[in-house]
Design a protein around this ligand. Structure first.
Ligand code: NAD
Length: 419
């Protein structure tokens, strides 16, 4: 068997069935698999991937392998691994995986190092942890690397900061910024799966609850839409005035967190920022408030402050920690403040990851062909790839759209015609 560190290899058959199920909802990726089987565009390329180890990621790993790549997978979050899928990739697909759900900090980083021992030509990140370790602790790896890809907003922000400070040592394709990624994955994927995580963790009835969302970006607006659809009264908190206006005009209440803290029943952070909910807010929350995060890192909720304020703590349900404050109020923290959709549920549905991972697959083709000519900068996914994925997705959904006539094309490219 290939090298691995997974929880239990005996879970492999269950993981394979779940991976097959996800594959049914990934028609774009499946057509890329067929193309890769013929063309083998990644032959001889070693890839280290640091992604949420889910059934959709399993299908991406298989796609890259079919394309000829030698792939290794590690987790991009200690709580997001599906142990059965990790076992399936090792046993049934011959893909080395280093990931265990609930692994501690040291194991998480040991696994990242195991992925880097593979001497990758390409890194595939979700949150930039591979890039970070390569730039700080494993600089000897830089010699082999052609380029990398980045899956999420938080990673792209970090990488753009590295490029601005002149410390980024190899080019990165910002997969998150492709329209066929963030407009769908962040919005509809996070919107639905975050609710799924909260429901699986708590089984609360959303109808009638005050549902506070911090951050009205792509993830926040998807979540607001879905929470409202479930009957919750949505309150948005923001720091960007433009997003504030959008949230108001989309029909939500907009308040500072200091005020929202008093009325919220459920709080979810999706900002990519730190300490968005902290001590001053916990002091005002109702007894029984539920607090969760769906942003990339577990820093959006000030958990150390909550730990300090609590006189006791117990795990009351699998993904719910009950903190009892000194005045007796109970605050319920979900999934240890880690992405709740991956901690307590299964992450985004395959139907939306189909487009995100089609972007990853085709970005790797682009890197293999052109990566050596790229600067040490953060690049968008080539627009032609984005447009091709949108066309493919529509076609697989059986939906047809109109085409511009020659006359319309001419009109749109001209300036002479007026009223
Ligand atoms: N859970 C998942 O599966 C998943 C999926 C995609 C992205 N993400 C992560 O979710 C986070 C948000 O991603 P996005 O694409 O929506 O980003 P975005 O940049 O579109 O939106 C973030 C929003 O948060 C706002 N914000 C920042 N600080 C704030 C504060 N202190 N209070 C209130 N609002 C604040 C910003 O103004 C912005 O509008 C990122 O960390 C991203 O990596 C998670």
């Amino acid at each position: 068997m290939v090298r691995h560190d997974v929880k239990n290899i005996a879970l492999a058959d269950k993981g394979r069935l779940r991976m097959e199920w996800a594959s049914r909802y990934m028609p774009v990726l499946n057509s890329i698999k067929k193309r890769f089987a013929k063309e083998r565009p990644h032959k001889g390329i070693r890839i280290a991937a640091c992604l949420h180890v889910t059934t959709e990621t399993g299908n991406l790993m298989e796609t890259l392998k079919i394309g000829g790549a030698d792939v290794r997978l590690t987790a991009s979050n200690p709580l997001s691994t599906q142990d059965d899928l990790a076992a399936a990739l090792v046993k049934h697909y011959g893909i080395p995986v280093f990931a265990i759900k609930g692994e501690d900090h040291a194991t998480y980083y040991k696994h990242i190092h195991s992925a880097l021992d593979h001497k990758p030509h390409i890194t595939m990140d979700d949150g930039a942890d591979l890039v970070n370790i390569i730039h700080t602790k494993r600089t000897e790896r830089l010699a082999d690397i052609i380029a990398g890809t980045e899956e999420t907003t938080t990673g792209v922000i970090r990488l753009k900061a590295m490029a601005r400070h002149g410390v980024l040592r190899y080019p990165i394709i910002a997969v998150n910024d492709a329209k066929t990624k963030h407009l769908f994955d962040n919005r509809y994927g996070t919107g639905q799966s975050t609710l799924d995580g909260i429901l699986r963790a708590t089984n609360v009835l959303l109808a009638g609850l005050n549902f506070v969302i911090a951050g009205y970006g792509w993830c926040g607006r998807g979540l607001a839409m879905r929470a409202q659809g479930a009957g919750a009264r949505v309150v948005v908190t923001e720091v960007d005035p433009l997003k504030g206006i959008e949230a108001v005009m989309d029909g939500y209440d907009v308040l500072p967190m200091a005020e929202a803290a008093r009325i919220g029943d459920v709080f979810v952070t999706v900002t990519g920022n730190k300490t968005v909910i902290g001590r001053p807010h916990f002091l005002k929350m109702k007894d029984g408030a539920i607090v969760a995060n769906s942003g990339h890192f577990n820093v959006e909720i000030d958990i150390p402050a909550l730990e300090e304020m609590a006189k006791s703590k117990r795990r009351i349900r699998e993904f719910v920690d009950e903190y009892v404050l000194r005045d007796g109020r109970r605050i319920h923290l979900l999934g240890e403040g880690r992405l709740i959709n991956l901690a307590a549920a299964e992450g985004h549905p395959a139907m939306v990851m189909d487009m995100s991972f089609a972007n990853q697959s085709l970005s790797v083709v682009h890197i293999v062909k052109h990566g050596r000519k790229l600067e040490k900068a953060v690049y968008p996914v080539p627009p032609a790839i984005d447009a091709e994925i949108a066309r493919m997705k529509l076609a697989t959904m059986g939906i047809k759209i109109d085409r511009l006539t020659a006359d319309q094309k001419k009109y749109l490219a001209a300036w002479q015609e007026g009223t």
